[in-house]
Design a protein. Structure first.
Length: 179
């Protein structure tokens, strides 16, 4: 699940390319439709939709996982603050802490365009929104670059803070999936 409108956001292109390029061992063979991106509009819509979508994932069983991608806007200092907003909404809908902890949160400060800028240039200022990226090719290349960087464990140049935070969540998820 992600913020944005279908066809009007780079999120689904970035998410699909990143996950497919990482090639996690628990995901079906290449060519299968293993990543479903559900744009939800704005943050409030996304927060409201998470409890029902989490229930659907849990009902599927197996390795079905809910990943929530959102923008960490100026009103949030860090990802933990935004996770707490999601947690409050989930609790109000009867979601337990154990089930909530199964969600993988990925938050880009301001928007994914900042990550694209970083992956293309080696730097970004997360205190301001990066220029909009409208070329799908640039988005796919940036996502592929991030996947390669993750696989190789590259530490330089240092990641922007929101990407560090999101990578920690991804690594925690990988550890859980590997048992």
């Amino acid at each position: 699940m992600c913020e944005g409108e279908s066809g009007a956001s780079i999120d689904s292109v970035f998410i699909n390319r990143l996950i497919r390029s990482l090639k996690p061992i628990w995901i079906r063979k290449q060519g299968s439709n293993f990543v479903v991106v559900l744009p939800q509009g704005g943050r409030k819509s996304l927060i409201a939709a998470v409890p029902a979508e989490l229930r659907r994932c849990l009902k599927q069983g197996g390795n079905t996982t809910l990943m929530v991608w959102a923008d960490l806007d100026d009103d949030m200092d860090n990802g933990d603050q935004l996770v707490n907003e999601f947690r409050e909404a989930a609790h109000a809908e009867g979601i337990s802490d154990d089930d909530f902890e199964k969600i993988v949160f990925i938050f880009a400060k301001d928007r994914l365009d900042n990550w694209v800028e970083f992956l293309e240039t080696g730097s970004t200022d997360e205190s301001v929104e990066a220029p909009r990226v409208k070329q799908g090719r640039r988005v796919r290349d940036a996502a592929y670059s991030l996947a390669e960087r993750c696989k190789q464990g590259k530490a330089t140049p240092p990641l922007p803070p929101s990407l560090v935070w999101s990578c920690k969540n991804w690594r925690r998820f990988v550890e859980r999936m590997q048992g």
